[in-house]
Design a protein around this ligand. Structure first.
Ligand code: ATP
Length: 353
C-alpha cells in the first residue's frame, strides 16, 4: 500500500464546497485503485484565516506543504479583505513563488457542444482540446510585492523575463506537446516589448531541441481573436504570466466557464492543483457551485503523482465526468441547469468505471 500525502486547503468562498465534492470523488476513485491510499491533511488558509489569525498563509503552513506529495487547493480571497495598504491578498500567487511552481498548466477541453458559445464546435464539429502553459514565477506579476514609496505621481510594474525561467517553461510546453499532438504555439508581444522579443529568442532556441514538435508564434492580441475563431487549431500554448492569466479565462469561456477549467501549478518537486476559478462569493454557501473544475484538478493531480495506479485513477475520473456530461440534464446552474453541487458529485462518483 503506497500512502500518498495530500495537503488539502479548502480556502474561502466556494472553495470548501468544491473541495468536499472533489474529495468524495478522490475517495471513490481510491476504492477502485490497487495499493494506493490517500492520507489527507487539512490546512486553514486564505482570507478567513487572515481575519482569524492575522495571516492568509503562515510560513509554518507552507513548511507543512513541503512535506506533502501534492497540494489540493480550493480558492482563496474574499471581497474587502485586504492588506492594510489596500492591496488584495494573493496567497495563491505567493505559494507558486515560494514553492517555485513555474509551470502553470491550464487544460481547456469542451465536454459537450451545449457548453460553448461558439457555433459548430463539439458534437460532430471540431473538438476544443488544448493546454495553456503559463509561466508562473516571473513576467508582469513578479515585481508586485516590491515596496513602493508612498505619494508618488506614477507607478511602474516590471515585466521580467529571464533565460532560465523562459527555457524551463518552454521545455515544459514542448515535453507536454510530445505527449499530445506535437504542436506548440508561442504567445508573446515580441513586436513591441523587448522582454517579449527575448522570450521569443529563448523559445526559438528551445524549439531547436525538439525537432519532432511543430511550432508557431502569435502576438497576444491576435491570439485573443484566434482563440474565438479557431480554437481547434491549438494544442499547447506557452506564454508569459499575465498573458496566461488573461487567456486562461477567455479559454475557459469557450468550454463552459470557470467551473469547467482545472489547473496544475508544477515545479520540479511540488505541485498545487486547483480550479482556475476564484472564490465566487456571490454563490458561496448555496450548494450550487460547479465542482467539475476541482474534480478535474484531482485528475491532473493523480496523473502528476505518476504511479501506474494513480494515472489509471485520473483516466477513471475523466471518463466519469465525460459520461455524466453526455446527458444534457446533468448540468449545474453555471451551465444552465439546476443540479446541485452534491448531486453532480454523486453522479460522477457513480459513473466511475
Ligand atoms: P478571482 O479574482 O480570484 O479570479 P473572481 O471573483 O474575479 O475571482 P471567479 O470567482 O473565478 O472570479 O468567478 C468568475 C465568475 O464565474 C463569477 O460569476 C462566479 O460566480 C463564476 N464561477 C466561478 N467559479 C464557479 C463555479 N465553480 N461554479 C459556478 N460558477 C462559478
Amino acid at each position: 500500500m503506497i500512502p500518498i500525502r495530500i495537503a488539502v486547503l479548502p480556502g474561502d468562498g466556494i472553495g470548501p464546497e468544491v473541495i468536499t465534492a472533489s474529495l468524495d470523488v478522490l475517495r471513490a476513485t481510491e476504492a477502485r485503485l490497487a495499493g494506493v491510499r490517500f492520507e489527507l491533511n487539512f490546512h486553514a488558509v486564505g482570507a478567513g484565516e487572515y481575519l482569524k489569525n492575522g495571516h492568509p498563509m503562515p510560513a509554518t503552513t507552507v513548511a507543512a506543504f513541503r512535506q506533502a506529495d501534492a497540494i489540493l487547493l480550493g480558492a482563496m480571497g474574499l471581497p474587502g479583505v485586504r492588506w492594510p495598504n489596500g492591496v488584495e491578498m494573493t496567497p495563491q500567487i505567493d505559494i507558486r513563488e515560494q514553492l517555485d511552481l513555474y509551470n502553470g498548466v491550464r487544460p481547456i477541453k469542451l465536454y459537450h457542444e451545449s457548453h460553448t458559445p461558439l457555433k459548430h464546435y463539439g458534437g460532430t464539429g471540431p473538438a476544443i482540446d488544448f493546454v495553456i502553459v503559463r509561466e508562473n514565477c516571473e513576467g508582469l506579476f513578479s515585481d508586485r510585492l516590491t515596496p513602493r514609496p508612498p505619494g508618488r505621481e506614477f507607478e511602474t510594474d516590471t515585466l521580467t523575463i529571464s533565460r532560465r525561467g523562459t527555457t524551463r517553461i518552454c521545455r515544459a510546453a514542448f515535453r507536454l506537446a510530445q505527449q499530445r499532438r506535437r504542436h506548440v504555439t508561442l504567445v508573446d508581444k515580441a513586436n513591441v516589448l523587448p522582454s517579449m522579443a527575448f522570450f521569443r529568442q529563448v523559445f526559438d532556441a528551445v524549439a531547436a531541441e525538439f525537432p519532432d514538435v511543430q511550432t508557431d508564434r502569435v502576438y497576444v492580441d491576435a491570439m485573443a481573436l484566434f482563440l474565438v475563431q479557431r480554437p481547434h487549431t491549438f494544442d499547447v500554448i506557452v506564454t508569459e504570466n499575465m498573458f496566461g492569466d488573461i487567456l486562461s479565462d477567455l479559454a475557459a469561456g469557450l468550454v463552459g466557464g470557470m467551473g469547467m477549467a482545472p489547473s496544475a501549478d508544477l515545479g520540479e518537486r511540488h505541485g498545487v492543483f486547483q480550479p482556475s476559478h476564484g472564490t465566487a462569493p456571490t454563490i458561496a454557501g448555496k450548494g450550487i457551485a460547479n465542482p467539475i473544475a476541482t474534480i478535474l484538478s484531482v485528475a491532473l493531480m493523480l496523473d502528476w503523482l505518476g504511479h501506474v495506479e494513480t494515472r489509471r485513477g485520473a483516466r477513471l475520473i475523466e471518463t466519469a465526468v465525460a459520461t455524466v456530461l453526455a446527458n444534457p440534464s446533468h448540468r449545474t446552474a453555471d451551465l444552465g441547469g439546476n443540479v446541485s453541487t452534491a448531486e453532480i458529485t454523486r453522479l460522477i462518483c457513480e459513473a466511475l468505471p
